[in-house]
Design a protein around this ligand. Structure first.
Ligand code: NDP
Ligand code: 8X3
Length: 253
């Protein structure tokens, strides 16, 4: 029987790459995001390439009511989620704390922290009932160290680390695994979103170096979720070879 994986933020970047990889590996997929057109295109693509079975849920993770009603609308067996990938997230802006845009802070905190919590709050009881499941939360190098002008984004990813740690302990009696993957620079729409559509600035982030690709991260997640039942990878930091810390990168100019 196929396993069911729910991926939040499947419409782009890491989530989209992971959707392809899990479909290719026989998972049935619940794919979520706000951009419905992309979800529909992704579903067609996965069906034609891998004959994948997908269920689409278009919702905004920051809206608790939408999250809960969308997930509760899952028919019958689709609630038997084996793997939850809390991937939806973003950085908005790059600024000091005394200068940052309040609206940017709200979006990051609402998406990266509260959104992850809303999805987890709905799905975890279903896993507990079945005494089975695996939750992977996407953190970041920003969840391991802070850097100037990234204080709020780093704060949200540090929160993901702490919440994941607590969940891992809470869920021990239920045999539910909780893992974290913390990537360094990945070439996705992330910088485009952070710099509010400024394509030149987004591109400059990766000048002179080879960042991780979304497929690199997806392949690592596949490894995490295919370990034997008695093995859990708690926390995995994955970096481009050219990046040694959040701020130390080697660029070939
Ligand atoms: P992308 O911008 O390419 O993808 C982000 C995904 O999150 C999209 O599918 C987007 O879907 C979804 N999303 C954002 N906001 C919401 C929301 N309010 N409700 C529902 N879905 C939402 O970036 P990445 O693939 O890089 O990001 C994925 C995760 O990886 C994030 O948590 C990010 O913080 C983390 N990360 C990224 C790194 C990088 O360098 N790229 C490094 C380390 C961690 P839609 O817009 O359709 O809603
Ligand atoms: C994204 C990577 O270094 O911009 O999480 O924080 S970074």
């Amino acid at each position: 029987m196929s396993k069911i994986a729910l991926i939040t933020g499947a419409t782009s970047g890491i989530g989209a790459a992971l959707s392809h990889l899990l479909a290719a590996n026989g998972f049935d997929l619940i794919l979520t995001g706000r951009r419905n057109k992309r979800l529909v295109e992704l579903e067609h693509d996965l069906a034609s390439r891998y004959k994948a079975k997908c269920l689409l849920l278009c919702f905004d993770v920051t809206k608790q009511g939408q999250v809960q009603s969308s997930l509760e609308s899952l028919p019958g067996n689709w609630k038997e989620i084996d793997v939850l990938i809390n991937n939806a997230g973003l950085a908005v802006g790059l600024d000091t704390v005394d200068n940052g845009e309040i609206e940017d802070w709200e979006r990051m905190i609402d998406t990266n922290v509260k959104g992850l919590l809303y999805v987890t709050r709905t799905v975890t009881p279903w896993m507990k009932q079945r005494k089975s499941g695996h939750i992977i939360n996407i953190s970041s190098i920003a969840g391991k160290e802070a850097y100037p002008m990234g204080g709020v984004y780093c704060g949200t990813k540090h929160a993901v680390q702490a919440i994941s740690h607590a969940m891992r302990i809470e869920l021990l009696p239920f045999g539910i695994k909780v893992g974290v993957i913390a990537p360094g620079m990945v070439d996705t729409e992330f910088s485009h979103v952070r710099f509010k559509g400024d394509a030149a600035r987004a591109k400059s982030v990766y000048n002179g170096l080879t960042p991780l690709s979304p497929v690199d991260v997806a392949e690592t997640i596949l490894f995490l979720i295919t370990r034997p039942a008695h093995v859990n990878i708690d926390d995995l930091l994955i970096m481009p070879t050219a990046q040694g810390s959040a701020r130390d990168v080697f660029r070939n100019q």
